[in-house]
Design a protein around this ligand. Structure first.
Ligand code: NAD
Length: 258
């Protein structure tokens, strides 16, 4: 009953292709009957997103929203208001860092690279939370995607780990700000999944192999597993949960190094 989201609208930010975690989440939400609004950066991805969205049941909206551009964020949410009036939540699945700063020693990061990773991967969640709040008149849920590399040192994750730490802290501050409006704010810490963004991280295949060998569930994380947890967080089943980071990683995060 509580997973019937047919009277709800959610914004899905960060579909690049069918391997995107955002796409796994979109499929789970659409499967529960939710209406979806997709946002994307750059016209090339816009085509992908439109084509993918047409494969889902129901009619869905697609709007451009480069997260580094305040005007585009404002316009995207204005389009949403015009199209649907009220939204019940959003999922933010967006991150970026320079490839050359995702290997070697963290301390070689440049000021520019540091600020870029923070801007796209951490600040953007706060920016969209602020833009979404006025449309969430019935309360709801905001979820972002994070990674263990923000809590611990994960080889090569470097500047992105520092950005995820800022994102994790933002989840707590936003949860505290928005709780009084009936809006819950959480993060899913996904285990490694082979996506476009993951391609940029040096040694990614070794990480997947290690998870298969060592994670308590002895398998790597799937898009579907993350999608189902995002669906749970979006639904009323999670009504008592906010400011939380839920690990969907086969239990890998509980292990010590040895
Ligand atoms: P992906 O490449 O499919 O998605 C990343 C998305 O970010 C893309 O759609 C891209 O267009 C978007 N993006 C980048 N810059 C943008 C900008 N300026 N404006 C708007 N959108 C922008 O990869 P993914 O792995 O699905 O990544 C989604 C999220 O999941 C990221 O936050 C990532 O850090 C996180 N995550 C991924 C993994 C993994 O192993 N794949 C694990 C944990 C967390």
């Amino acid at each position: 009953r509580q997973l019937n989201l047919s009277d709800r609208t959610y914004v899905v930010m960060g579909v690049a292709n069918k391997r995107s975690i955002a796409w796994g989440i979109a499929q789970a939400l659409a499967g529960a009957g939710a209406n979806l609004i997709f946002t994307y950066a750059g016209e090339r991805l816009g085509e992908n997103v439109r084509t993918l969205s047409e494969t889902l049941p129901g009619a869905h909206h697609v709007f451009p929203c480069d997260i580094t551009n305040d005007e585009q964020i404002e316009q995207a949410f204005a389009h949403m208001k015009e199209a649907v009036g009220t939204i019940h939540g959003l999922v933010h699945c967006i991150a970026f860092a320079n490839k050359e700063e995702l290997e070697g020693e963290y301390l070689n990061v440049t000021r520019e690279g540091y600020l870029l990773a923070q801007n796209v991967s951490a600040y953007s969640f706060t920016a969209v939370a602020k833009a979404a709040r006025p449309l969430m008149t019935e309360g709801g849920s905001m979820t972002t995607l994070t990674y263990l590399g923000g809590e611990r040192v994960v080889r090569n994750y470097n500047v992105m780990g520092v950005a995820k730490a800022a994102l994790d802290a933002s989840v707590k501050y936003l949860a505290n700000d928005l709780g009084k409006d009936g809006i819950r704010v959480n993060a899913i810490s996904a285990g490694p999944i082979r996506t476009l963004a993951a391609k940029g991280i040096s040694g990614f295949n070794d990480v997947l192999k290690e998870i298969e060998e060592k994670a308590p569930l002895r398998k790597t994380t799937t898009q579907e597993e993350v999608g189902d947890t995002a669906l749970f967080l979006a639904s009323d089943l999670a009504r008592g949960i906010t400011g939380e980071v839920i690990h969907v990683d086969g239990g890998y995060n509980i292990l010590s190094l040895s």
